[in-house]
Design a protein around this ligand. Structure first.
Ligand SMILES: [Zn+2]
Length: 239
């Protein structure tokens, strides 16, 4: 079975590291200084890398122009939004022209969710409830809530269940599981997401979560296939 990692960052040896885990393809989430890098990598190895663009939220008209160029000329398939370091709530109206364009171009919006430990992060932006407004106002926009919502996984499950076009990725779950009390296991959070939002809403993302965690679980074979590959391909318009 092909395995697609829907949440990865560009770094040295990333393709080989993923290959060793049995991962064939991966979404590379750009940052402001790596937008060109992720597109260059995808140009060189289109069967392996799927580039996502990172916008400057302080200049949305410019970002709209830039995004159109990255999507039409450089192969960008989506946008990574990191509210905790971009200091902007996902439902901020200033972002709406940007979402409008993503919806029109069929681009995927991936929102970081959950409180993580980086020195420049402001935690109040980490709650995915604000993504709910975006899903209501842009029903055809494809949305991914990262990390199964992190420490807001309850909210993420509810939002995913309410909107056909909202999905979740499984990346970096160890960070959140290690800090929860009582302690939970990443596979249990994934199984809960499958139970309440449906396997068709869960995308495999790595950052320490390995495909074998899902492969070796007692999830039904159809669910494993959707999480590891099928959902990603459907979101990318390949099925
Ligand atoms: Zn990440």
């Amino acid at each position: 079975m092909m395995v697609i990692n829907f949440h990865e960052h560009p770094r040295d040896g990333v393709g080989e590291q993923n290959a060793r885990l049995g991962i064939d393809r991966m979404v590379l989430l750009g940052a402001r200084d790596t937008n060109d890098l992720v597109c260059d990598m995808a140009e060189q190895e289109p069967a392996r890398y799927i580039p996502f663009y990172r916008a400057d939220v302080n200049d949305i008209p410019k970002s709209c122009d830039e995004l159109r160029r990255y999507a039409t000329e450089r192969g960008a398939r989506g946008v990574k939004f990191q509210p905790l370091s971009q200091y902007c709530f996902p439902n901020d109206r200033k972002l709406y022209p940007f979402y409008e364009m993503c919806q029109k171009l069929g681009l995927i919006m991936l929102f970081h969710a959950g409180v993580v430990a980086f020195p420049d992060h402001r935690v109040r932006f980490g709650n995915p409830v604000f993504v709910d407004d975006v899903a209501w106002d842009f029903p055809d926009l494809k949305i991914v809530i990262a990390h199964l919502g992190g420490n807001y996984s309850f909210e993420a499950l509810v939002i995913c269940s309410n909107h056909p076009n909202v999905f979740m990725d499984t990346a970096y779950l160890h960070f959140f599981c290690d800090r929860s009390l009582p302690r939970v296991e990443p596979i249990d959070v994934i199984k809960r997401a499958v139970e309440f939002s449906g396997a068709e809403k869960v995308l495999f993302g790595s950052e320490r979560v390995e495909p074998r965690l899902i492969i070796e679980s007692d999830l039904p074979p159809e669910a494993k296939e959707l999480i590891l590959c099928g959902n990603a391909r459907r979101l990318l318009d390949e099925l």
